[in-house]
Design a protein around this ligand. Structure first.
Ligand SMILES: *Cc1c(COP(=O)(O)O)cnc(C)c1O
Length: 244
């Protein structure tokens, strides 16, 4: 964008994107993986819609948000752009109808009630929405994590429910490296565990090939472990104003 209001923002985003691209390519090379096996999703939360436009102009096609209100507004304001929206935040069932309007992928499916709500909403809209089961590697057996996700032993039942739900397509699993528990400070071990979970899921659901893991701080560990999608915010857009 060469408009006078840009103040070098596009150039900054381009430089950040290039650095992230180098990191992904380096991690792929180190792991003996093809660069094409890893998709970069840029997490635009808290940043203005103008940044989404700038990113699109720089070739970004996969974008993510974690709050429905912000995501819905940005998706609507960029409906002219060839973007694919990923929803990655904790999701209330009463937001399901809104989310299925713009999101092609929901990474944060973590309970049966949400599966039902998304299924009803997608069906009503005549859409098929891709779903990933969010895994909380620090959650007690049989429970949900504090920041969303389910304990690993809940994944099969939830995945079966997604696969059986009209309007939903089971695509894989997602995690955020835990801040507490046995995996705190051990992103590589956490992502290795996620890959084990993903691999046993594929025995019953061969099409569930997406493994969404890795953010600005730990994308190398995620790529090394075998992630197919990394979700990067800060390293592309800079530090977010306020905590989210
Ligand atoms: C914000 C967020 C990211 C991106 O985090 P950064 O550290 O800014 O790269 C990735 N995944 C989820 C679920 C997020 O909420």
């Amino acid at each position: 964008m060469n408009d006078p209001d840009d103040n070098g923002r596009s150039a900054r985003l381009a430089a950040n994107l290039a650095r992230v691209e180098e990191r992904i390519a380096g991690a792929c090379a180190a792991a003996g993986r093809d660069r094409a096996e890893v998709t970069l999703i840029v997490v635009t939360k808290t940043h203005p819609v103008d940044d989404v436009r700038r990113l699109a102009a720089l070739g970004v096609r996969q974008v993510a948000e974690n709050r429905d209100q912000d995501a819905a507004a940005k998706a609507e304001q960029t409906a002219d752009l060839p973007l694919t929206w990923h929803f990655v935040g904790q999701l209330q069932t009463n937001k399901a109808r809104s989310v299925v309007r713009y999101a092609d992928h929901v990474h944060s499916v973590d309970r049966l009630r949400l599966v039902s709500a998304l299924s009803a909403a997608a069906t009503a809209r005549g859409r098929e929405v891709g779903c990933l089961v969010q895994v909380a590697l620090d959650a007690e057996s049989g429970t949900q994590g504090d920041r969303g996700g389910v304990a690993p032993d809940v994944v099969p039942a939830l995945a079966d429910a997604v696969a059986a739900a009209p309007g939903l397509r089971l695509e894989g699993v997602m995690t955020v490296a835990p801040l507490t528990g046995a995996y705190a400070g051990q992103p590589r071990a956490a992502f290795d565990r996620l890959l084990e979970i993903a691999s046993s899921l594929r025995e019953s659901h061969p099409a569930a090939t997406m493994v969404s893991a890795g953010m600005s701080q730990d994308l190398e560990e995620a790529v090394a472990a075998g992630a197919t999608h990394v979700r990067v915010g800060t390293a592309v857009l800079g530090v977010r104003p306020g905590l989210r």
